[in-house]
Design a binder for this molecule. Structure first.
Ligand code: UT7
Length: 331
């Protein structure tokens, strides 16, 4: 039996209007615009305005609605929604179900998935497999994080890095079996989880921090440790993707990388000899939006005509867990 191919029928994204600039952060923590630009590449990030009712739910819904519009589809056409996020409002019900309700997608199945910054790539890989198997006919995939809801703005190690964003796509079967994801990795190493986590209770705090240093519910990160891990992993994951598909850098239209820190992306570019025009960077204006970043980049590249039908595109992400994932697409 020949399995069907998979087509990205539409993409969409959403970012809040409110901007948090480096100058704004200078007024909150001991940092400087110069340090932030030099060490991260970030100039500003978008963050939600909770007083306007904005949150993970609204941002994720907007992104999926845009992807459905782009595909000329409506919520009722979907039979599954996967919402990758570590910043949903509630754990029960899932935000995916509330998104389904808003978009009138019933009786579509829906669930939230937690894979931190790797979330969108984990989710698109899973969705590709479900469509290809014939079990699902139209899946809405969302990567969305509202990091401003879990950032301790007194911690300069994390507050300078993160922003809020959502990216989404809709996957459907395609009669061309060669279309869709042609290589994928969904991996992790839970032994490294302490490098990036959000403690709910005092006893969750592992690295000896005490008293007023601890803000429960907020992200704690060993920035240097994550940086070291990421630099190596990015390179390895891209090398493996090229090796296993037999593709060369020339064959690839775009490497869509998680916007973690511009220095991490530049390091992979230099080591692998990736040209500037094949590695999109938008961290300067959106910061690191965790699960939101790869979907946001993908949508922006597609809308700019830099990803077109037939292109080979490599998606790569890593993040808390520790997790990492790649996805090579014939779009
Ligand atoms: O998306 C997946 C998850 N996260 C990541 O990918 C994050 C990966 N890590 C990073 O991006 C970087 O480690 C950070 C941006 C978080 C930090 O940059 P860094 O170059 O690794 O800085 P560092 O922690 O090694 O600190 C270097 C110096 C220190 O001063 P001393 O000890 O050399 O005097 C810090 O105290 O910079 C200082 N520093 C700052 N100075 C001004 C740390 N944060 C700041 C700051 N402003 N915001």
């Amino acid at each position: 039996m020949t399995l069907p191919g998979v087509r990205i029928a539409g993409t969409g994204s959403a970012v809040p209007e409110r901007r948090l600039t480096n100058a704004d952060l200078e007024a909150i923590v001991d940092t400087s615009d110069e340090w932030i630009r030099k060490r991260t590449g970030i100039v500003e990030r978008r963050i939600i305005d909770p007083s306007k009712g904005e949150g993970q739910l609204s941002l994720a819904t907007d992104a999926l609605r845009a992807a459905l519009d782009d595909a000329n589809m409506v919520g009722a056409d979907l039979d599954l929604i996967i919402n990758a996020s570590v910043t949903t409002e509630m754990t029960c019900p899932s935000n995916a179900h509330r998104i389904a309700a808003t978009l009138d997608a019933q009786p579509a199945g829906a669930f939230d998935m937690q894979a931190a910054c790797s979330g969108f790539v984990y989710a698109i890989n899973l969705a590709d497999s479900l469509v290809r198997s014939g079990r699902h006919k139209a899946i809405g995939v969302i990567g969305c994080d509202v990091m401003s809801s879990v950032v301790d703005y007194t911690d300069r190690g994390v507050s300078i890095l993160f922003g809020d964003a959502a990216g989404a796509c809709v996957l459907v079967p395609d009669e061309n079996p060669d279309r869709g994801c042609i290589h994928q990795v969904i991996e992790g190493d839970g032994r490294g989880w302490e490098a990036l986590y959000m403690p709910r209770r005092e006893e969750d705090v592992v690295e000896g921090a005490t008293g007023e240093n601890i803000r429960l519910g907020c992200l704690r990160m060993d920035g240097r440790g994550v940086f070291r891990f990421a630099v190596t992993k990015f390179q390895q994951v891209i090398e493996l993707a090229l090796e296993q598909t037999g593709l060369s850098v020339d064959d690839v239209a775009q490497f869509v990388c998680h916007q973690s820190n511009v220095r991490i992306i530049e390091s992979a570019k230099a080591k692998l000899g990736l040209p500037d025009d094949k590695v999109y960077i938008n961290i300067d204006h959106y910061g690191n939006s965790s699960a939101g970043s790869v979907g946001l980049c993908f949508d922006q590249l597609r809308k700019a005509g830099k990803i077109v039908d037939g292109d080979i595109v490599v998606l790569v992400a890593f993040g808390g867990g520790m997790t990492w994932a790649s996805s090579v697409w014939r779009v």
